[in-house]
Design a protein around this ligand. Structure first.
Ligand SMILES: [Zn+2]
Length: 243
């Protein structure tokens, strides 16, 4: 399971971007079309397939389901897959709501969702009216499509203060240190991953609070699919229309 960061209690979720001066140049370059993402091709779904996406405990016209569909559909113009949303517990992807009731989510990576089909493969926040809901859905659907965290790119070079983060995670009781590291630290440079250029504006990038680093590094959440995410999606699931 790939988890979102829990809400870190001492950090306001929707503050202005906190980008340290030495990162502004990099941030400005984000319009470059070369910025992309990290994928794991062995976990991509079959090309041009239709994924059956089941939501537990809802009617299809429920406001909650419609909010999930709307947010997830932001990926559709950029991939050659189709999503078929159904209610119930049978689907390639099975979505439940976060029992903890927090604002985070989690998802299996790509086709890992097929393992243990009697369990949910994705958890989403309960409150679809939360302004951050759409971002969380897009982020978790990115994992579901086979995308890893952009902040785990070996070229991200984020100077995490691991001790401090471990302490804050312990306080919230959200996940253990091993899982925390699995969700934050750079992925190994192996052929398992398709590393495209590092994209700090990716919807797959976690917010990085400067106090959780050596103090000189910060990144806000991007609440939209970035040009880099689109480039990744085109590479993972090429569409005939793409250049
Ligand atoms: Zn994530």
């Amino acid at each position: 399971m790939i988890n979102n960061l829990p809400p870190i209690p001492f950090y306001p979720r929707q503050c202005e971007p906190s980008i340290a001066p030495d990162r502004l140049a990099t941030h400005t370059q984000s319009l470059s079309r070369s910025r992309r993402n990290i994928g794991e091709p062995d976990k991509y779904w079959p090309q041009h397939s239709t994924l059956k996406i089941a939501l537990y405990d809802y009617e299809i016209d429920d406001e909650y389901v419609q909010a999930v569909i709307k947010a997830a559909s932001h990926w559709l113009p950029h991939i050659n897959l189709k999503f078929e949303f159904v209610t119930g517990d049978e689907g390639d992807v099975r979505i439940s709501q976060n029992l903890a009731g927090d604002v985070g989510g989690s998802s299996k990576l790509g086709t890992d969702a097929k393992e243990k089909p009697w369990y949910p493969s994705m958890y989403l926040p309960r409150n679809h009216a939360d302004p951050r809901f759409e971002y969380v859905v897009m982020h978790e659907f990115g994992h579901m499509l086979g995308a890893h965290h952009a902040h785990q790119h070996p070229e991200a070079h984020i100077p995490w203060d691991i001790k401090k983060i471990a302490e804050s995670y312990k306080l919230t009781g959200y996940m253990n240190e091993q899982d925390m590291k699995k969700n934050l630290l750079p992925l190994p440079r192996t052929s398992t991953y398709d590393f495209l250029p590092y994209d700090p504006d990716s919807v797959m990038h976690h917010e990085v609070e400067p106090s959780m680093t050596d103090g000189n590094w910060g990144q806000s959440e991007s609440w939209e699919i970035s040009d880099g995410d689109i480039a990744w999606a085109h590479k993972a699931y090429p569409t005939p229309e793409q250049p």
